[in-house]
Design a protein around this ligand. Structure first.
Ligand SMILES: Nc1nc2c(ncn2[C@@H]2O[C@H](COP(=O)(O)OP(=O)(O)OP(=O)(O)O)[C@@H](O)[C@H]2O)c(=O)[nH]1
Length: 348
């Protein structure tokens, strides 16, 4: 597709990739990283949860990947300052990249992330926020858009859609045409201007999401005012005093990370997870894990979004890394119960 927008020359384009937990951000990122589009891409990732699972799930590639894990990118001043510092490092070697993708955590409001690029003059002068691309899980988004627990409170699933310049309705294989048409109508109600695309496993026309010069600052400016974020560029160092107040994601949601040295018994684990997620799935938004199985030299990847889960073998373990890590994100998580149930699936 021809690109009709004029793209600022000499500025490094940045795409903010956002979308609720499990909507398909890493899947889309992996698609982008493996497609031959000719861009050299640096990726900045931020995840919610204590142990790092995401970096194991992003496919190995030549691209540079930076993890930012000490908190949710949208909430903590330090993390946004880290983001600026990572950007400065990237800009110092900007002849190595054509594009930067920032993948936010699934609970992030993208506005503070977007404003971070304007907050520091040396960064603001050299980058162009190309677009905020929001993934929407066609099967699960409704329960977050219309989350009764958040009634009257700030809802990040909504924030992410409202801030979008491109909305990708992903997982169309799990929805029917009537449901998709209704969803697209609802999305249009929240965001009148963003182009709405559909995808299965993140496969979209990349010309329509990268280098589109599609960022529309009006919404972000308005929201930044509500959040009391000053978007005026400051010179170096001053941004360390720059902050807003409070958390910007749903504080009823928390995460539990567990690690296990002993391997699991596959059948037992499968049965226990099926029963547990069936029972608790509505409140467990997301489960991710890299797991060691008895009698198998490959690591297993566990991926669940609410009740829907997938557990499958991947590559052989590398030396010294054989140890399971698993993260649950949701409401009212009972750490002891989860640990007890998982421990009952470990090899004797
Ligand atoms: N059926 C189906 N599953 C999908 C599709 N896209 C992604 N998935 C699955 O959905 C799960 C979550 O996908 P991810 O790409 O990890 O989602 P994410 O947005 O990065 O998740 P967080 O980092 O937790 O916010 C994985 O099991 C994917 O394989 C799709 O189009 N159809």
């Amino acid at each position: 597709m021809m690109n009709v927008h004029e793209i600022p020359k000499d500025k490094l384009p940045i795409t903010i990739l956002t979308g609720f937990l499990g909507s398909g951000k890493t899947t889309l990122l992996n698609y982008i990283l493996t497609e031959k589009h000719g861009y050299r891409i640096a990726v900045i990732e931020n995840e919610f949860g204590e142990v790092d699972v995401d970096s194991d799930l992003v496919l190995a590639s030549d691209e540079e990947i930076y993890q930012m894990q000490n908190g949710c990118i949208c909430c903590f001043v330090d993390v946004r300052n880290d983001l600026i510092d990572v950007m400065k490092k990237l800009l110092a070697q900007k002849d190595k990249f054509d594009h930067i993708i920032v993948e936010t955590s699934g609970l992030a409001d993208p506005t503070p992330v977007a404003t971070a690029f304007f907050a520091d003059r040396s960064v603001a002068d050299e980058v162009n926020l190309d677009a905020i691309v929001t993934l929407v899980d066609a099967k699960h988004i409704d329960q977050h858009l219309y989350d009764p627990v958040l009634d009257g409170r700030d809802n990040q699933a909504v924030d992410q859609i409202v801030a979008a310049d491109r909305i990708i309705v992903n997982k169309v294989d799990l929805a029917n045409e009537t449901g998709l048409a209704k969803l697209e109508g609802d999305l249009r109600g929240l965001n009148q201007t963003a182009e709405i695309l559909r995808s299965e496993f993140g496969v979209v026309d990349l010309d329509n999401i990268l280098n589109v010069n599609g960022f529309q600052p009006s919404y972000v400016k308005e929201r930044a005012e509500i959040l009391q974020i000053d978007m005026t560029a400051e010179s170096d160092h001053e941004h360390h005093h720059h902050h807003h107040h409070g958390h910007l994601h749903d504080e009823t949601v928390s995460s539990i990370s567990l690690t296990f040295e002993q391997p699991f018994v596959l059948d037992k684990l499968h049965a226990v997870l099926t029963a547990y997620l069936d029972e608790k799935g509505p409140a467990i938004f997301r489960t991710k894990g890299i797991l060691s199985m008895a009698g198998d030299d490959r690591f297993y990847v566990l991926q669940a979004v609410h009740q829907l889960f997938d557990l499958r073998p991947d590559h052989p373990w590398q030396d010294d890394q054989r140890r399971s890590k698993i993260v649950f994100i949701g409401r009212d998580l009972d750490r002891d119960e989860i640990e007890r149930k998982l421990s009952s699936c470990l090899v004797d």
